[in-house]
Design a protein around this ligand. Structure first.
Ligand code: RIB
Length: 338
């Protein structure tokens, strides 16, 4: 038979309220000797508070929901690790859900989190229409929420991402500085704000260099390896392209595959820049030049913001933080000889 809070109260000869206040560390007004007696009996009887009963008292579950779109992409486990480490260090557990970028599953998981009474949600969404429905579910229910990695233009929610426009600029300027002027671009899904911002950075670097933007060099893909491969095959068929900027490393792997199939060497025949700096880059030959996203830090900071919202109540002003990107120079780019 599980030990209950009543058993503790009876043995300590105090009220259930006193035991509850000691458990929830709200023991102002309770003498030290009484508090110590209750804690000793809790240890003696090995009492473990029932988490559901506890949440009914405190209206908190000390659990946060984390919803991501693609657990197979090495970018996301690193993001999850940052969230989980910070949450666990502050006595919160994490419910992790993977949506495969499907709108239906995104909304199902948001509803499930509500049912489970999570104290807050961290969300990397994939479908713009989800955001519109999110406002109704989350804002009306006053559930703290932080958008991670893929923000929205207005300030209805807090968010954390890198400065994607600056990142796109850094990658493109690097290739321009190597005398490349015909730079193919393999973007993420066109509706994603972070992909749009990266493309804006690409355009800004071209404009600064006095090179006209050529829509024929831009192909939208899906942040997946095969998407990168198919887009690269099309771009590499245009014989004047000397460099490709892929909006994530997984698609850059697809560029490597397409280049190899066409007997093209990297970087001798085509320079390649990726984005994310995931661990597997070290296995590529040549090692991939890419953009560092500080992925773990992004996850950690999103958890910090969410826990601030949870503990300080809904009056915390929404804030969006943009982390600084950096260019990681390796072996997959070289100067274009005349
Ligand atoms: O690799 C997955 C991509 O989608 C990353 O660039 C990240 O920013 C996410 O939005």
């Amino acid at each position: 038979m599980a030990i209950t809070i009543k058993d503790i109260a009876r043995k300590a000869n105090v009220s259930i309220t006193t035991v509850s206040r000691v458990i929830n560390q709200k023991s102002e007004g309770i003498g030290d000797s009484t508090r110590k007696k209750v804690l000793d009996i809790i240890e003696e009887l090995d009492y473990r508070p029932n988490s559901i009963a506890r949440s009914m008292i405190t209206k908190q579950t000390n659990t946060i929901g984390l919803i991501i779109p693609d657990i197979r992409n090495p970018f996301f486990p690193e993001l999850v690790r940052g969230v989980e480490d910070f949450a666990n260090q502050h006595a919160y557990n994490v419910f992790l859900c993977n949506t495969d970028g499907e709108p239906k599953r995104e909304l199902e998981y948001i509803s499930l989190m509500k049912e489970k009474n999570v104290d807050g949600i961290i969300f990397t969404y994939s479908c713009a229409e989800t955001i519109h429905q999110l406002e109704e579910i989350v804002l009306d229910q006053k559930i703290p929420l932080v958008l991670l990695d893929r923000g929205v233009d207005d300030q209805k929610f807090s968010g954390v991402s890198i400065d994607n426009e600056k990142a796109g600029y850094l990658a493109t300027k690097h290739l321009l500085d190597l005398s490349h002027t015909k730079i193919g671009c393999i973007t993420g899904p066109a509706q994603f704000p972070n992909s749009k911002d990266r493309l804006n950075g690409y355009r800004k670097a071209l404009k600064e260099a006095g090179i006209p933007f050529d829509q024929d060099l831009i192909l939208a893909a899906d942040f997946q390896m095969d998407g990168g491969y198919q887009a690269a095959k099309t771009l590499l068929a245009k014989k004047d392209i000397t460099a490709i900027f892929a909006f994530n490393d997984v698609m850059a792997f697809g560029v490597y595959q397409a280049a190899a199939e066409q007997g093209m060497n990297i970087p001798e025949d085509v320079s390649v820049v990726g984005f994310d700096n995931i661990n597997y880059n070290q296995l590529l030959n040549p090692k991939l030049t890419t953009i560092e996203q500080s992925v773990y830090d992004m996850g950690e900071i999103s958890a910090k913001i969410l826990l601030e919202q949870i503990t300080q109540g809904g009056d915390v002003k929404n804030k969006t933080l943009y982390l600084e990107p950096s260019l990681i120079l390796r072996e997959s780019t070289k100067k274009l000889e005349n």
